[in-house]
Design a protein around this ligand. Structure first.
Ligand code: SF4
Length: 321
């Protein structure tokens, strides 16, 4: 049996739809033939609507331009960060519009890589929409300076600081946990601050479980010695509203994450049990709530409604399930 992967997002999805996890985590294949459904699922999984694109652009700007400055004990030039992000919008838009994702890998394209849903579907993204994305990204980065400068100064002075920190470790012989933390730093006396940037105007206060999973990962992975639950400060930082929500982490929260990992991995188990070639998507239950399908990245394949444009591409006449 392939080892079960557990992370917060996968756990959230598997509780809504087993089939979606199979599609995204087992079935998708970056190197499948252009005409294969596996390759199309891979592209769909990465495709972004404009709101998700905005979030990704802001996260990339923080990772590439803000964190490196802080690590050099400097504050970033925020206007330069905004300009860099605006240029990135243009580069990624060009990449997606030219559908370069059909023949260039993420690795070779680097930061330019982008798949926009509207390009994939063939409807395209208008100039006005692009300008709106630029305005929103700029607004979020202005808020980073206006509302979170004290937090950035703390990070700058920290003993250790990392952005997009990837943690992967085995919980036991069956389960491998992974977590990617937006920003984490260690202050004096083993005080660990984990920050999750949110770039949505939805109500804040919904990153609690996610941050608990991150604290669990740091605690159990051995990244820092002698950590205890009370050594964490967990911060959900909303770059659209400027709000900041802090959470404490207790032994009880730690046990809750343990419980989620156990129950989630029970649900994930059948998806990883057999070689992927021995399963088809219909082997796994679909979402019970139609609402779950609305935000599903692979719905085009799952419900057989790939756009006419996609079907018109040579070699895309594959049989849908
Ligand atoms: S479209 Fe719905 S049923 Fe199909 S994989 Fe997505 S969430 Fe599951």
């Amino acid at each position: 049996m392939t080892r079960i992967k557990w992370n917060h997002n996968l756990d959230r999805i598997v509780r809504m739809c087993l089939r979606r996890v199979f599609y995204g985590d087992r079935y998708a294949h970056p190197n499948g033939k252009a005409s294969s459904p596996q390759r199309q699922v891979f592209l769909l999984k990465q495709a972004l609507d404009l709101s998700a694109w905005r979030g990704k652009l802001v996260h990339t700007a923080i990772q590439k331009k803000v964190i490196p400055s802080l690590q050099k004990d400097e504050l970033p030039d925020f206007l330069e960060v905004q300009k860099w992000a605006s240029d990135l919008v243009d580069k990624q838009r060009k990449f997606s519009q030219a559908e370069r994702y059909n023949f260039e890998s993420k690795t070779s394209a680097g930061e330019d890589y982008c798949v926009l849903y509207d390009d994939y579907r063939g409807s395209g993204v208008g100039i006005e929409e692009i300008e709106e994305v630029k305005r929103e990204v700029k607004f979020a980065l202005e808020n980073l300076e206006d509302f979170f400068i004290k937090l950035l100064i703390r990070a700058r002075k920290a003993i250790k600081l990392a952005g997009e920190l990837e943690i992967r470790f085995s919980i036991d012989e069956r389960i491998r946990m992974e977590a990617i933390l937006d920003m984490v730093f260690q202050e004096d006396d083993n005080w660990i601050v984990i920050v999750d940037w949110k770039v949505g105007d939805a109500l804040t206060g919904n990153a609690r479980e996610q941050l608990f999973a991150y604290a669990y990962a740091l605690l159990k992975s051995g990244w820092w010695d002698r950590l205890r639950c009370e050594d964490f400060e967990l911060i959900e930082a909303n770059l659209i509203t400027g709000e900041q929500v802090k959470y404490t982490f207790t032994e009880e929260n730690l046990a809750d994450v343990d419980d989620r990992i156990f129950t989630g991995s029970q649900l994930l188990k059948p998806i990883y049990e057999h070689p992927v070639k021995d399963n088809i998507p219909e082997d796994f239950a679909s979402a019970e709530s139609p609402g779950s399908c609305e935000g599903c990245s692979v719905r085009e394949i799952c419900n057989g409604s790939l756009s006419e444009k996609a079907f018109a591409q040579p070699g895309l006449q594959f049989k849908l399930f």
